[in-house]
Design a protein around this ligand. Structure first.
Ligand code: PD2
Ligand code: ZN
Length: 289
């Protein structure tokens, strides 16, 4: 590529945009593209931003041409500089694992053992066979793919639920008002949650009704409230990846469009020994009331 002039005022010309797309099509990875631009006189930060912006816009165009819904902003923990901990106000949450595509982040120390037990104790008397939202009708019904018992808290219903919601809002930088009420699930041995997507299927007739309240789901946080002895991991079959269900930890994943291209198919593997308690927080595009 040709030499560029000053660092910060370098414009992304149509020619440069096309060059980046052509190079990427030829299998040149982003770091090599950025290196070429730096050699040609680009400031590294500006080159990184230009490559990111051009490729993101290009991929979004391609996705929309293929009939996928447009990408929307999603919750996004601040892990660009690979911190070991994230300060969520009253606690240092550990960053244990991060993956870019699909965006999956494993957090540790989101809840103390006492806080996990407090959530279980408050949920226990209200547990019933789990319902799921039915996109065919917009209602909810017992789902054969989910053999756990469950219940929902109202947002902020107990002090520990409120505290958890405040931590999550800071952890993933998303308004507390965009969260659904916390769901608690209890799996006995043999119980599982077969692989599914958490977003609402845009092709189903009931989805339009569901989306009127807060828009699409854009991210999930599955929080482990106890330690099953065997089994009960959260699996991502397309990656493939299995997250161990360890008390106080939480797995976060986001999906910027309601499409399998997000690779966020996931399930709860059967519990083999012991039992499994989780709390799930689903985050919507907009305020959920
Ligand atoms: O229990 C799990 O690990 C699990 C797996 C898949 C929970 C959910 N989905 C969910 O609550 O959406
Ligand atoms: Zn799920």
């Amino acid at each position: 590529m040709s030499k560029q002039s000053t660092a910060s005022s370098q414009p992304v010309t149509p020619e440069l945009r096309q060059w980046i797309i052509d190079q990427a099509r030829n299998g040149i990875a982003a770091p090599a593209l950025i290196q070429s631009m730096c050699t040609a006189g680009w400031n590294e930060d500006v080159a990184v931003r230009a490559v990111e912006d051009v490729l993101r816009a290009h991929l979004d165009n391609v996705a929309q041409q293929q009939g996928q819904p447009p990408a929307v902003p999603v919750p996004d923990p601040d892990i660009a500089e690979s911190p070991l901990f994230i300060d969520v106000g009253d606690r240092q949450v550990e960053v244990l694992m991060a993956m870019a595509n699909p965006r999956v982040v494993l957090f540790g120390n989101l809840l103390s053992p006492d806080e996990c037990q407090a959530i279980i104790d408050a949920a226990d008397p209200r547990m019933a066979r789990s319902l799921t939202v039915q996109t065919a009708t917009g209602g909810s019904e017992v789902n054969a793919d989910r053999t756990s018992d469950g219940m929902f808290f109202q947002r902020g219903e107990t002090p520990v639920v409120q505290r958890l919601e405040e931590r999550i809002a800071r952890l993933v930088r998303w308004p507390i008002e965009n969260g659904e009420g916390l769901q608690v699930l209890h799996y006995q041995p043999g119980a599982q949650y077969k692989p599914h997507y958490d977003y609402f299927d845009p092709g189903q007739p009931g989805t339009a009704t569901i989306l009127r309240r807060g828009g699409q789901r854009v991210a999930t946080l599955v929080i482990y409230l106890n330690n099953p002895r065997k089994g009960g991991g959260t699996i991502f079959p397309d990656v493939p990846l299995e997250i161990a269900p360890r008390q106080g930890n939480a797995v976060f994943f986001s999906y910027e469009r309601a499409h399998p291209a997000t690779r966020t198919l996931h399930g709860g593997a059967p519990v083999i020994e012991g039992e499994k308690w989780i709390a799930t927080k689903w985050l919507r595009e907009r305020e959920f009331n």
